[in-house]
Write a protein that binds this ligand. Structure first.
Ligand SMILES: Nc1ncnc2c1ncn2[C@@H]1O[C@H](COP(=O)(O)OP(=O)(O)OP(=O)(O)O)[C@@H](O)[C@H]1O
Length: 231
């Protein structure tokens, strides 16, 4: 269970508030208008942004003050956070060891992960020599080797076309399922959300609502969502 207990983040005149739990292994879409606070929420969970007050707990353990690398959390951002000067193999290997001094078993793990995202023959390429979809696959292969129980996806596929994006959302779902992970994904695309999510967290003007089952959310959407989708 991921618990946000009275979390407040103040950034200049923007204030984010969140107070809810997410059960283990759920797939949760984070939805809301531009500037609502979705990325801020994920940054706090990932440990990239400090809380002003409140606590974040994972499986009962208080992680509020843990740095990102010590959290049980892996994050993929919009730009896939790939290092341009490193090959696909190296970018994935970083998920195991930042020093890249991998044992033969760990090297095998990296190769397996690349093969499982259908990039077995692309390991020696740098990101610039990969398509947008292939770059996303490298980022997903890194998620696989990281083996973290909580995965944060902040619009990771927004640069891709609809069909490729849908494939990547499927792949992220598979990877999460294989790892038994809890997934949170920020998306602006309601089709992707319908495809992906068990639950929806609606964020508006810094207020994060507790997660609602997708069907409940769509049957009784908040007014802000109706305005957002132009209903
Ligand atoms: N470093 C910062 N200092 C002050 N305010 C910030 C900072 N970063 C973001 N904000 C403000 O916080 C608010 C929430 O931003 P955030 O990026 O979380 O929104 P979002 O819902 O992810 O938006 P989008 O869908 O456009 O990506 C915005 O009003 C933004 O201007």
């Amino acid at each position: 269970m991921l618990c946000l207990k009275n979390v407040v983040v103040q950034q200049d005149d923007f204030r984010l508030q969140a107070n809810f739990d997410i059960p283990t292994r759920r797939r949760v879409a984070v939805l809301g208008p531009s500037g609502a606070g979705k990325s801020t929420l994920l940054s706090v969970l990932g440990g990239y942004l400090a809380t002003t007050s409140g606590r974040v707990l994972w499986q009962g353990l208080d992680i509020t003050d843990q740095p990102p690398s010590q959290r049980p959390i892996a994050t993929v951002f919009q730009d896939n956070n790939l290092f341009p000067h490193m090959t696909a193999v190296q970018n994935v290997g970083l998920g195991i060891k930042p020093s890249l001094k991998l044992s033969p078993k760990q090297t095998e793990q990296v190769d397996d992960a690349l093969r499982s995202v259908e990039l077995g023959d692309f390991g020696q390429r740098r990101p610039a020599a990969l398509s947008g979809g292939q770059q996303s696959r490298v980022a997903l292969a890194r998620l696989l080797v990281q083996q973290k129980p909580l995965i944060l996806l902040d619009e990771p596929f927004s640069a891709l076309g609809p069909s490729m994006r849908s494939d990547m959302v499927d792949l992220a779902r598979d990877i999460g399922a294989r790892a038994g992970a809890t997934l949170l994904m920020v998306s602006h695309d309601i089709k992707d959300v319908e495809h992906f999510a068990d639950d929806v967290i609606w964020v508006e003007e810094g207020m994060c609502q507790a997660p609602l089952p997708l069907a409940d959310f769509l049957n009784h959407p908040p007014q802000g969502f109706k305005d957002y989708v132009g209903d």
